[in-house]
Design a protein around this ligand. Structure first.
Ligand SMILES: NC(=O)c1ccc[n+]([C@@H]2O[C@H](COP(=O)([O-])OP(=O)(O)OC[C@H]3O[C@@H](n4cnc5c(N)ncnc54)[C@H](O)[C@@H]3O)[C@@H](O)[C@H]2O)c1
Length: 320
């Protein structure tokens, strides 16, 4: 089994690649190792993957159509594509909008074009996001809800990516599955996310910013549950195109996240209050009925169980 993983040096890509290698896949990993957050962390994840003989890495930009075309020619035997590379982050999309168009729209198109030219492709699984639900007020968020009120350009690009996949899977007859991830956390996680920023501030004794009084609620989903969801989606190609929420089905406020981290670290936060940032939504909450019925997806890790795993990794990695 030969599988192309884009974004393999990223948080989710690293864990998924690791699981696929363990399951016996030969992996072609792709990443541009950009500097959106500390690239050393990406290099370290990559170094671990390179220890496996089944792993081959290509440093390239998925929006580079020539290089993506060459990749399809170099590996015509690719069976599966797991597309996780993207410019992530809601707030950054207000500062660097063009990056989102490049990586998430042009990049998505290049991945779809590559899929179109792979003779033996069995399934494309790609990352979407809970952010497509935008200002949806009905909770929990279901795949049948309308998704036409995005709160950020990031959300726009993720929804556009779904529509592009829907179109390509129909036009060029390959199965594609979009997974709407909900606030994923865990070891080797992303330094731009609240749980990471809070942990760093608590352990360094510096002030942290709590927006909107910490009232925003997120459906925090542990990385191992996400990896299990990706693996089971990959094994179940739909006839054409499918979308699934992969969340934890538990809504937890940022205030509660912070107090759990305070308890775990034995430190008290120094808090700076700030308003709800533009582009942020007050709540995400996944209805996971479809994923549970069709993929056998059953997240098992509560925030209270998952956060200590993250904290142990953080302490060891940063030696604090
Ligand atoms: N982590 C979450 O909570 C979450 C939630 C919803 C959706 N997602 C989506 O899941 C996917 C993985 O997210 P993550 O949290 O692992 O983020 P990440 O930033 O850690 O990983 C993305 C990786 O893709 C690479 N990349 C970005 N643009 C690229 C390009 N143009 N060409 C090649 N490589 C490129 C980056 O260098 C990075 O290593 C993304 O599509 C993201 O939008 C993540």
């Amino acid at each position: 089994m030969t599988t192309l993983v884009t974004g393999c040096s990223g948080f989710i890509g690293f864990h998924v690649t690791y699981a696929l290698l363990s399951a016996g896949h030969r992996i072609i990993g792709v990443d541009n190792l950009n500097r959106y957050y500390d690239p050393t962390l990406k290099e370290h994840r990559l170094a671990l993957l390179k220890e496996s003989t089944g792993f081959t890495f290509h440093r390239l930009d998925i929006a580079d159509r020539g290089k993506m075309h060459d990749l399809a020619k170099l590996y015509p035997d690719i069976d599966y594509v797991v597309h996780l590379a993207a410019q992530a982050g809601v707030r950054y999309s207000l500062e660097e909008p063009y990056t989102y168009i490049d990586s998430n729209i042009t990049g998505q198109l290049c991945v779809l074009e590559l899929c179109r030219h792979l003779p033996g492709l069995r399934h494309l699984v790609y990352a979407s996001s809970s952010s497509v639900y935008g200002h949806n007020e009905k909770v929990p968020f279901s795949e049948t809800d309308r998704v036409d009120a995005p709160a950020s350009l990031y959300a726009v690009t993720k929804r556009a990516g779904e529509l592009m996949a829907e179109n390509y899977s129909r036009l060029f007859s390959f199965p594609a599955t979009g997974l709407r991830f909900f606030t994923v956390y865990g070891p080797w996680g992303r330094p731009d996310m609240a749980y990471f920023i809070f942990t760093r501030a608590l352990l360094e004794g510096t002030a942290l910013t709590l927006t909107h009084g910490g009232q925003q609620e997120r459906d925090f989903t542990y990385i191992d549950d996400i990896v299990a969801g990706v693996m089971s989606a990959l094994e179940r190609p739909p006839k054409r195109h499918a979308l699934y929420n992969l969340g934890n089905h538990h809504c937890i406020s940022l205030r509660k996240l912070l107090s759990t981290l305070e308890t775990l670290t034995g430190r008290q936060a120094v808090i700076k209050e700030a308003p709800l940032p533009a582009g942020d939504v007050p709540r995400t909450f996944a209805d996971i009925t479809r994923a549970s019925q069709q993929l056998g997806y059953h997240p098992r890790t509560s925030l209270e169980e998952g956060l200590p795993h993250f904290l142990n990794w953080y302490r060891e990695y940063y030696q604090v």
